[in-house]
Design a binder for this molecule. Structure first.
Ligand SMILES: [Zn+2]
Length: 361
């Protein structure tokens, strides 16, 4: 069971606490992505030291490699990956549909091609939820059908029909589970999807199929629809949303939980998030720039290293450059969320959001 308490509200923004299996974390919550159980370039302990209390892994990828038997043999996912905090797992529906070249989706389930050995496998929504439970995750996500953007109305209609049907079969497996709405950016279909999921009744509600190339105003309109339909007292999760401005906008629209590979992927490409916007650390203008990556950041990288040094590491293809950039970007996201939490408690979120947006160019 998930316990969710809202402790402060400012407008639609909420500050709260999620508790599951005796583990707690504050909301708004940003989860780093550990698709294969790893924070890419960091140890999971380093992720915890930044301050993260929850992460999201991917059931499909873990099933493919190392395999459920290996993780069960180790005593479950928490022990296996050394993460005592909260673990969400995504179903992997997005990956199965995107990477399964022989895409075959039906009410029954999804047929996909393994990325490891190329074998074609079939999975039902029930099997997927049981897989997540076997891994020992704390919170599972229902298998959903996320259409690409843009998609025809016919495909969007089908995405809602299949997603609701699959969700109804993921519901009663005795495990804390979030459902996921679909329907692209079609108002009526998005509302239909949200309503059908609310009628089924879940412990948490996600919004899926956004931040995949649609215009921002359409994405925000879908969040408003979800906010109007989803129960106020349940946690709301926008999947795959990682840019700081999008996250603050979503918080102001009543959303609580976010995950994205955005900070870690950007870091590996030399894109550093700072309070004044993003910078490409590989640029030669940083060659003799001895300032920290972000003068307002108190992370170990900004305390101990200069832009010049990290520019040098990237230029020289030193792996530690990727690590230091990742530690900074994740620290930046963690601070952003902590600041948003404090601002909601103090009733200053609206001005915090504006000030952040004015500076983050
Ligand atoms: Zn920093």
């Amino acid at each position: 069971m998930i316990q969710f308490d809202i402790e402060a509200e400012e407008g639609k923004a909420r500050f709260g606490c999620i508790e599951v299996k005796g583990k707690k974390t504050r909301t708004p919550l940003f989860m780093p992505v550990a698709t294969r159980g790893s924070l890419r370039t960091l140890s999971n302990e380093e992720g915890r030291n930044i301050g993260f209390e929850a992460l999201i892994a991917n059931a499909y990828h873990l099933l493919m490699r190392p395999g459920t038997d290996v993780i069960k043999g180790a005593g479950g996912i928490h022990k296996y990956i050394n993460w005592p905090g909260i673990i969400f797992t995504d179903s992997g529906g997005f990956q199965m549909i995107r990477s399964g070249f022989e895409r075959d989706i039906s009410l029954e389930g999804v047929k996909f091609k393994s990325e490891v050995d190329g074998k074609t496998t079939h999975m039902t929504p029930e099997e997927n939820i049981l897989l997540q439970r076997e891994l020992g995750t704390d919170i599972s996500m229902c298998l959903d059908f996320c259409p690409p953007h843009p998609a025809s109305k016919e495909v969007l209609v089908r995405s809602v029909e299949i997603t609701t049907s699959w969700a109804s079969r993921c519901k009663d497996v005795g495990h804390a589970t979030f459902c996921i709405s679909q329907g692209g950016t079609n108002d009526k279909l998005r509302a239909k999807s949200c309503k059908e999921l609310v009628d089924l009744g879940f412990q948490g509600y996600a919004v899926g199929g956004l931040s995949i190339g649609e215009p921002k105003n359409e994405m925000y309109r879908m969040l408003n629809i979800a906010d109007n339909i989803y129960p106020h007292h349940k946690p709301r999760y926008v999947m795959g949303l990682g840019s700081p401005l999008d996250i603050l906008e979503s918080i102001s629209r009543g959303m609580d939980i976010f995950d994205s590979a955005y900070p870690t992927r950007n870091a590996r490409h030399g894109t550093i998030m700072t309070s004044k916007g993003r910078l490409s650390i590989e640029n030669s203008r940083f060659r003799k720039d001895y300032q920290p990556l972000d003068e307002d950041c108190h992370c170990p990288v900004c305390t101990e290293y200069s832009r010049s040094y990290i520019n040098h590491l990237f230029q020289a293809n030193e792996l530690s450059g990727l690590r230091l950039a990742t530690i900074h970007n994740l620290s930046f996201m963690h601070d952003l969320i902590k600041n948003a939490q404090s601002a909601i408690q103090e009733g200053t979120f609206k001005s915090y959001k504006k000030e952040f947006g004015d500076n983050y160019k």
